[in-house]
Ligand binder design. Structure first.
Ligand code: SF4
Length: 472
């Protein structure tokens, strides 16, 4: 479940003259809501004029039916955000709009650039004044200032100057473009919808509107959608593919497809391998909902131990902006999970989760299960120890907060108070994806960052001395 990891963002775009693009985008953002709950936005174009609505909050809080009825056109892009670069305030909500050649360019972004400061400073020296602190505005300004007449050529000019992880959807008055970084770290796929096409961070965003999945946008590629249909062009030379492996473990929905595999099936295999690697005598296998469910089912099937639910998730809590009272704060994880005491009392439990970040949440959960009368608690984690921070758009933690960066597995077991603890091996994690390890970014686990991270950035998150970067 990883209450301790916050996703980065979800993007969506659609081009069709046969349906209401604002409403389609609204529903797609609903399907991508798990990727970000701090702000949501939709921009539309009718070919001549553009309109945008964005605000802080979840999709259901930001848009009313009346708002959507006012967003008329045949092109739309949408965004749900969790802040990574730039803090949480309205100006950082997306899409970002910047005037360009008598019209506008709108940009929505999932990922994180690691050369934002350099790009921003160069633009500031040219007299640009920024309204936000987000890297997305930097890219939108670069596109707007490009000398290229066509937005396609502007993208080709700008992309080679960007370093980091990105999946962008870009809209002008008459075009929709989807772009993926040379390593394809963040996902983006394209589908067919009626007379047009759609772009989405995850295939689940296509499914919800009934669009037909076509394929992923390849690393370094751009998908161009306009009145001529759908075309693909290389925007920047592709590098070693490095899709974020955490999409497989936790971030993306289990009903999304990546590299041709349903993530549900991959996660189930992770659970089966966990049962092979770390069998234990127990009465029930239970997941930490929701993301631990497929792996727990896999563990149950491979081990023959019954699957059962012992923790019920409060599905509607989402992200609240109301500060909790001290008494409510003390409830901690109880706000999100409630134990089924009858199904836990006196039982030996195998508890399956996708990851342990700082360890505090897992500790609270183990305590809650013991308080509910569990006889034994055996934690099984469907990923290797999370030891290194992410610089590519996922808000994990600074390194020293990652419990596995400084403690051995046995020390973590003692800290969380479980009877046993096992993390899935890298080998079996990769096997579950049915792709070679080389196709992924696995930096969280092994510190092998596919895009070199500048020393200053590394030092901020790793609190390391210069010269000792990434080798602790
Ligand atoms: Fe994903 Fe971790 Fe790589 Fe970030 S560092 S892209 S979370 S695998």
């Amino acid at each position: 479940m990883s209450f301790e990891i916050n996703e980065s963002c979800g993007v969506f775009g659609i081009y069709t003259r046969e349906d209401d693009v604002a409403k389609l985008t609204y529903y797609a953002l609903y399907a991508l809501q798990h990727r970000g709950q701090e702000s949501a936005g939709i921009a539309v174009s009718d070919g001549r004029e553009t309109l945008m609505l964005k605000d802080m909050g979840m999709v259901s809080q930001v848009f009313s039916e009346r708002d959507l009825n006012n967003l008329r056109g045949h092109i739309a892009i949408g965004h749900v955000r969790y802040s990574t670069t730039g803090s949480t305030f309205w100006e950082n909500a997306q899409p970002v709009q910047v005037p360009r050649r008598g019209g506008s360019v709108f940009v929505a972004h999932n990922g994180n650039l690691i050369n934002t400061v350099e790009l921003r400073n160069a633009l500031k020296e040219e007299g640009v004044r920024f309204r936000s602190t987000s890297d997305t505005e930097v890219v939108a300004v670069m596109l707007a200032r490009s000398s290229q007449q066509s937005i396609v050529d502007a993208v080709k000019e700008v992309m080679p100057r960007l370093t980091g992880a990105y999946a962008f959807v870009v809209m002008t008055e008459d075009r929709l473009i989807g772009i993926r970084d040379p390593h394809g770290i963040r996902p983006l796929c394209v589908g067919r919808y009626m007379d047009g096409y759609a772009l989405s961070s995850e295939s689940a965003g296509l499914d919800i509107i009934g669009a037909e999945y076509i394929r992923e946008v390849e690393p370094g590629e751009m998908a161009i959608i306009d009145d001529d249909g759908l075309g693909f062009e290389t925007a920047v030379t592709a590098a070693k593919p490095s899709l974020c492996i955490f999409e497989y473990i936790y971030f993306a929905r289990p009903d999304s497809i990546m590299y041709g595999t349903y993530l549900y099936h991959a996660r189930k295999h992770m659970g089966m391998s966990l049962a092979d690697e770390a069998p234990v005598e127990a009465d029930v296998v239970m997941p930490i909902p929701d993301t631990g469910v497929p792996a727990a089912i896999g563990y149950s099937q491979a081990s023959g131990i019954a699957f059962g639910e012992g923790l019920i998730k409060n599905r509607y809590i989402g992200r609240t902006f109301i500060q909790p009272t001290q008494a409510i704060r003390q409830l901690g994880v109880r706000l999100k999970l409630n134990p089924l005491i009858h199904d836990i009392k006196g039982k030996r439990l195998v508890v399956v989760d996708d990851s342990i970040v700082r360890g505090n949440t897992t500790k609270e959960i183990v305590k809650m299960l013991r308080d509910a009368g569990a006889k034994e608690v055996h934690m099984r984690i469907s990923s290797p120890p999370d030891m290194y921070p992410c610089f590519y758009g996922i808000d994990t933690s600074i390194r020293k907060e990652l419990i596995a960066s400084s403690r051995k597995v046995e020390e973590i077991r003692r800290f969380i108070g479980a009877d046993s603890l096992h993390y899935l091996s890298m080998e079996n994690l990769v096997k579950a994806t049915r792709r070679p390890k080389e196709d992924f970014c696995t930096a969280c686990f092994d510190g092998e960052y596919p895009v070199p991270v500048p020393d200053e950035m590394m030092m901020t998150k790793c609190r390391l001395e210069k010269g000792k970067v990434g080798v602790q």
